[in-house]
Design a protein around this ligand. Structure first.
Ligand code: DO4
Ligand code: MG
Length: 284
């Protein structure tokens, strides 16, 4: 089931059929005792009833980022490709070794990424920092976790990153990662109690003036850590009364010669979720 948040309320879609969700507060949905069962009951009750809507209703609404009072956190260096990229960008600063060590350490790298005000939804504008010279999108499967620490859904995420700032000194990571428009989530949340299969593909395409300047893909099989283990570390000694999002790390990194430019379009596709597309801007 796909759950969409829009300017006229929430919608759920199953097998191409769309229903209006009576509970309109996003936080109330995320903190529901059993969101999956609740949405199934919405679908059940609306057979031939007034909650059934046409796809046109959703198309004419404005999609919003699927977030309320949830914090967004992120895991780093969870794919071998990210380990290599981080070691390369940090080598002159002497920071390369840290990334190698965290890749195989028991404790994962987890960092704070964003609050809702810094997050954009599908077709919103992601930003390059005004003081960054080397920026990339990071396509990441993103977990939606309720306040009890249960994974209740999945969305596509873009962990926008300033590689020059991150590479200059690992202690600059928060500045490389956390700023307005640094995170995109969407287009919907796939609500499922089942883990996604290892074969789940995650792909990234970057378009410049309509032409592809980069495309790459990975699968969840390359993710070194179990999502449940990342969640366990995040919730250790940490309460999230409204639940949280956890980005699981990138396995797709454009070549070191590549940097994003204003006007680029970033497309992140995770098959059972859909495509998250955003235009890149720099400055205000
Ligand atoms: O260690 C820096 C962050 C890495 C990251 O964001 C990723 O691997 O996705
Ligand atoms: Mg990342």
């Amino acid at each position: 089931m796909k759950l969409y948040r829009t300017n006229v309320g929430c919608f759920v879609e199953q097998a191409g059929v769309y229903y209006r969700v009576p509970l309109t507060s996003w936080d109330a949905l995320v903190t529901h005792d059993d969101l999956h069962a609740y949405l199934l009951s919405v679908i059940d009750k609306s057979e031939g009833a007034d909650l059934l809507v046409s796809k046109l209703d959703l198309d004419s609404a404005q999609l919003l980022a699927p977030i309320g009072n949830q914090e967004v956190w992120a895991a780093g260096v969870t794919y071998f490709r990210s380990r290599s990229a981080r070691m390369e960008e940090a080598k002159t600063a002497g920071g390369g070794d840290f990334y190698d060590r965290v890749y195989s350490a028991e404790r994962p790298e987890l960092f704070f990424k964003a609050t809702a005000s810094r997050v954009v939804g599908h077709l919103g504008h992601v930003r390059i920092r005004s003081d960054a010279k080397w920026s990339v999108p990071e396509p990441e499967l993103t977990l939606l976790i309720n306040h009890r620490g249960q994974i209740i859904g999945y969305t596509a995420g873009n962990d926008m990153s300033s590689r020059d700032i991150e590479g200059e000194n690992p202690l600059y990571l928060p500045q490389a990662k956390v700023y307005d428009g640094s995170c995109a989530l969407g287009p919907c949340v796939l609500v499922s109690p089942e883990p996604l299969p290892a074969s789940t593909p995650i792909s990234l395409e970057i378009l410049r003036q309509g032409a592809a300047v980069f495309s790459g893909a990975t699968t969840l099989a390359g993710l070194k850590r179990e999502p449940a283990s990342l969640v366990e570390y995040l919730f250790r000694d940490n309460k999230f009364p409204f639940g949280a999002f956890l980005m699981t790390g990138t396995g797709v990194v454009p070549p070191d010669s590549f940097t994003l430019a204003a006007g680029d379009r970033v497309r992140i596709t995770i098959d059972p979720i859909g495509t998250l597309e955003n235009e890149v801007v720099q400055g205000r």
